[in-house]
Design a protein around this ligand. Structure first.
Ligand SMILES: C[S@@+](CC[C@H](N)C(=O)[O-])C[C@H]1O[C@@H](n2cnc3c(N)ncnc32)[C@H](O)[C@@H]1O
Length: 244
């Protein structure tokens, strides 16, 4: 079972609710079709398609069944092509990485990376991460949330689509354990300033540093980040901890 038309239905109706990703259609290369056919049943599931369902236990995501063990879970929202997810998971074998990506070619690419590197601590969900979080992730169930280079939605009238906004931050933070971290990065200066304001205003979060964080050595440069750097953009990291 591979991800199917169910998501096309979601993506083609970006206003119900407002989605934080761009509805994009991209054909799958033969290699990615092959990765999906071989690896999706082992490492993937769909947020929106009941034919490839979210593994549940008592109505919540069953991470023990998903990863085959009990370990702290890192949620990555918008893993893109997955290189950063794969590299961070390889360097961090004691934690499990759940990547969620709306763009199917990125899902397929990460499946190939998982396979080639022999990673056992990465799973990928296809679809809207916020829907997954809202519907099946219990409070205080995550060790960390990563949001690296979320779509910047630069036009003012599109700011309501940004991932980092008060209601989404409250949702994501509620799923962190006390002491867990929310790590965001962006190469859009005005989005970085907005992120800092939103995260600082959340009463349950505390900045781990004064203002923006130095680029942590454990976060490899992502594909979108490199694109931004090539354009002369400045990159900002923000690392906040849930304190209550
Ligand atoms: C600008 S790209 C960055 C990708 C990657 N993190 C990187 O730095 O190379 C943002 C990605 O987030 C995905 N995305 C945005 N909102 C999402 C959501 N709510 N659920 C899942 N994926 C989402 C988009 O499809 C896109 O691939």
């Amino acid at each position: 079972m591979t991800p199917s038309d169910a998501f096309r239905h979601v993506a083609s109706r970006p206003h119900e609710p407002l989605r934080t990703f761009h509805p994009r259609r991209a054909p799958l290369s033969a290699g990615r079709e092959d990765a999906l056919a071989r690896l999706w049943p082992r490492f993937g599931f769909s947020v929106h398609d009941p034919r490839s369902p979210v593994p549940l236990r008592d109505g919540a995501l069953d991470t023990r069944a998903l990863f085959g063990r009990s370990a702290p879970v890192v949620l990555e929202i918008g893993s893109g092509m997955g290189e950063t997810t794969a590299a961070m998971a390889a360097a961090d074998p004691a934690r499990d990485y759940l990547a969620v990506e709306a763009h199917l070619p990125g899902v397929a690419h990460l499946l190939g990376l998982i396979d080639r590197a022999g990673l056992t601590n990465v799973r990928i969900a296809h679809g809207d991460a916020l829907d997954l979080v809202r519907s099946v992730l219990p409070e205080e169930s995550l060790d960390a949330v990563h949001a690296f280079f979320p779509d910047p939605w630069p036009k003012a009238r599109h700011h309501k689509r940004r991932l980092v906004q008060p209601s989404h931050v409250a949702l994501l933070r509620s799923r962190l354990r006390i002491g867990g971290t929310l790590h965001c990065a962006t190469d859009w200066v005005d989005y970085a300033d907005a992120m800092l304001e939103v995260l600082t205003a959340d009463p349950f979060l505390e900045n781990t540093t004064d203002g923006f964080a130095p680029h942590p050595a454990h976060r490899p440069v992502t594909k979108f980040e490199q694109r931004g750097l090539d354009l002369g953009h400045e990159v900002r990291d923000l690392v906040f901890r849930r304190v209550r």
